[in-house]
Ligand binder design. Structure first.
Ligand code: 1CP
Length: 350
């Protein structure tokens, strides 16, 4: 019996470790041939996320190959809109397409969807339980959701966006209405993540991929406040659960995210200077931030970047990761090399 929490859980909680823990955002996915083979067995991407047999298999694939310290549930941030009843489709080569939410009636319909949403997402909690039971003894399971702002961008834009004009205009022209959408997402996300914890998730991550498009005043209202509410409510229900917040592109506002949200750890993107990351380590555990392009390119430049990050951050509260997700062009052997370097690292106090 393992009597103390798993290494990864302790790392997120702030324990400084001789050999840093690591995992990679999008560690399961299209760069792995076994992912492509499993995905082909599902009717589509939404079906894949709702098939506990296939989603469990995909979650475990990178762990078998590379032995990361944490597995991340295989699902998608857009499963919450799906659960709330918004029409969602993943088109081959195009990404997600949603029936856009534009007005009060659309938001009211989503609010009605709250009631049945957890039931619709039931297979995901089944996946969490199955993965938990299948993991190696010291490998932790990360559950996740999108943060309300980022999920709202997809819901209002009807998919991915370049300028975020629709969602930002809705928030600027009718903040009270947009707040209703955010409130529905806060409630849905809190319930969804709590259920993941009850099913066996040991750490949670909130992905706020588009936090960085918000100017300072709106950042507080649309990124920070909803996340703070979610974290407070989850802590109410599950006091010990460690939480990572990834507000990509926050720049100097990372300091603010660290002070305000109550997260144990912050994911930092590739643009965060390591000297600034070291300052953040005084506030929270820092997770990041290798450039996914460097991982895809491999070779000496990749190795130097990994070592530079380790040298700067591994002496403090730290988990090694990328600054964003693994890209499909990544050769799997580059990930093996990364794992070897991180695993071989020993912090030398000097
Ligand atoms: O097989 C395929 O064609 C689908 C590609 C794919 C995959 C593998 C999508 C569609 N989602 C996922 C899985 C996924 N998405 C995970 C799995 C766990 C892991 O990390 O291994 C996670 C955590 C996500 C989270 C997610 N989905 C985010 C936040 C993180 C990030 O990458 O910024 C976002 C923004 C999404 C939306 C989404 N889902 C899929 C795509 C292609 C996108 C991005 C759309 C866009 O361009 O804006």
């Amino acid at each position: 019996m393992l009597t103390q929490p798993k290494s990864f859980v302790r790392a997120i909680q702030g324990e400084i470790q001789a050999r840093p823990c690591f995992w990679l955002m999008r560690q399961a996915g299209r760069y792995l041939p076994e992912y492509r083979a499993t995905r082909a067995q599902a009717k589509g991407f939404v079906d894949l996320c709702l098939r506990p047999d296939l989603a469990t298999e995909i979650t475990l694939q990178p762990i078998r190959r590379y032995g990361m310290d944490a597995a991340i549930l295989f699902s998608d941030i857009l499963m919450i809109p799906h659960g709330l009843g918004q029409k969602l489709e993943f088109k081959e080569g195009e990404g997600p397409v949603l029936e856009p939410v534009t007005d009060a009636a659309g938001i009211a319909a989503l609010e009605k969807g709250l009631e049945g949403s957890l039931e619709k997402l039931g297979p995901i909690f089944e996946t969490v339980s199955r993965v938990k039971a299948a993991l190696p003894l010291d490998t932790a399971l990360i559950g996740f959701a999108g943060a309300p702002w980022t999920v709202a961008t997809y819901m209002v834009e009807g998919g991915g966006s370049k300028d975020f004009a629709k969602v930002r205009l809705l928030a600027a022209r009718d903040p009270a209405l947009f707040e209703k959408l955010i409130d529905v997402l806060v409630e849905a996300t809190t319930r969804y993540l709590s259920r993941q914890v009850e099913a066996g998730a040991e750490v949670l991550q909130l992905f706020d991929t588009w936090a960085g498009v918000l100017p300072e005043d709106e950042y507080q209202r649309w990124a920070i406040e909803p996340v703070k509410e979610i974290i407070a409510e989850i802590r109410n229900r599950h006091p010990a659960i460690p939480i990572i917040y990834f507000p990509k592109g926050s720049g100097m506002l990372y300091t603010h995210a660290a002070a305000e949200t109550g997260a144990d750890a912050l994911g930092i993107d590739t643009a965060v200077p390591l000297e600034f990351a070291k300052l953040l380590q005084h506030q929270v555990t820092v997770q990041g931030n290798l450039d996914p392009i460097k991982l895809a390119a491999g070779g000496k430049a990749m190795e130097e970047s990994i070592n530079r990050i380790l040298a700067a951050l591994a002496g403090g509260r730290f988990v090694f990761n990328l600054g964003h997700g693994v890209i499909p062009q990544t050769p799997p052997e580059h990930v093996a090399r990364l794992a070897e370097i991180v695993r071989g690292w020993r912090h030398r106090a000097n």
